[in-house]
Write a protein that binds this ligand. Structure first.
Ligand SMILES: [Zn+2]
Ligand SMILES: [Zn+2]
Length: 292
């Protein structure tokens, strides 16, 4: 089914009131497994929104086959932050490490950087520039978008891209419905949907920075921040087994609509304390695939 823009796309809270009438919603309690993963399964370990606070983490990151970070690993995409994160992720034991960007990775978004440079030339006021960026998002300290993979040498960075691991298909994308003046912002509706149309239909594990509508997207203000068209794309076309995201720190946790498992893996809570545990799941290896 072709997904089109929902009439309430700009009012996700109201949209969910309508859409949820025809939806199942389960909250799942997921604990970190104490036993090693079975030979015929792939263990995924998910984190998100660590915001350069990895050294404040008090838990051990569980071992597994694939580590996923769903974006916002920095405060403002500074070179030193990216270097520090790359060093940290390099020390993790997982064989595969998949990372996407989030709205805080300012220097990863070409459009944001161009607009920033323009603004910098033209005015003394920096009112529209994110708080973290006011003094520090200085272009000289940013990562050049062409060099992202050089800086993230200890992991695989996905930006509107797929990867196949042990026969399992993953896709990662950093975009979200406009949220203040940050990176990877798009207008709700057609602009967002155009990015979701790039997601292949055969993805098993989808990684976005934004939550879809209705799952892990309830902000403490009572407003839903998720994307309506992302939910519809995920439920009616892509139908992944897992959808991993972050962004709304207070939405941390695991839910399901009865078919797809939705994981908000935000490590930082609403107060930017990195206390939420990684979320771990085991997925059976596809037929004929091995981990060797
Ligand atoms: Zn965040
Ligand atoms: Zn975010």
């Amino acid at each position: 089914m072709d997904v089109t823009v929902h009439s309430l796309t700009n009012n996700p809270t109201q949209a969910w009131k309508e859409i949820s009438k025809g939806q199942k919603l389960f909250k799942l309690n997921v604990k970190i497994p104490t036993k090693p993963v079975d030979a015929d399964k792939v263990r995924f370990v998910c984190m998100s929104d660590t915001h350069s606070l990895i050294h404040n983490i008090k838990f051990d990151v569980p071992d597994g086959d694939v580590f996923i970070h769903a974006g916002d690993f920095t405060k403002c995409g500074q070179r030193t932050e990216v270097e520090e994160f790359n060093k940290w992720i390099g020390g993790l034991p997982h064989k595969h490490k998949i990372v996407i960007g989030g709205n805080h990775e300012l220097s990863f978004d070409k459009k944001f950087i161009t607009a920033f440079k323009e603004k910098d030339k033209g005015s003394d006021t920096e009112d529209d520039i994110p708080n973290y960026g006011k003094k520090s998002a200085n272009i000289g300290d940013a990562v050049n978008t062409a060099d992202i993979t050089k800086f993230l040498s200890n992991c695989t960075y996905l930006q509107d891209e797929s990867i196949e691991i042990f026969g399992i298909k993953l896709y990662g994308t950093p975009w979200q419905p406009a949220f203040g003046n940050w990176a990877f912002n798009l207008e709700r509706g057609e602009e967002c949907l155009a990015k979701w149309r790039l997601i292949p239909s055969n993805v098993d594990v989808l990684i976005t920075h934004t939550p879809p509508l209705g799952h892990g997207d309830l902000a403490c203000s009572g407003v839903r921040a998720g994307c309506v068209e992302l939910l519809q794309t995920v439920q009616t076309r892509v139908k992944p087994k897992y959808h991993v995201f972050g962004h709304i720190h207070e939405g941390y946790g695991v839910t399901s609509d009865g078919k797809i498992i939705f994981i908000n893996a935000s490590t930082c809570n609403i107060n930017y304390v990195p206390d939420n545990l990684p979320i771990v799941f085991d997925m059976p290896l596809p037929k004929g695939c091995t981990k060797v």
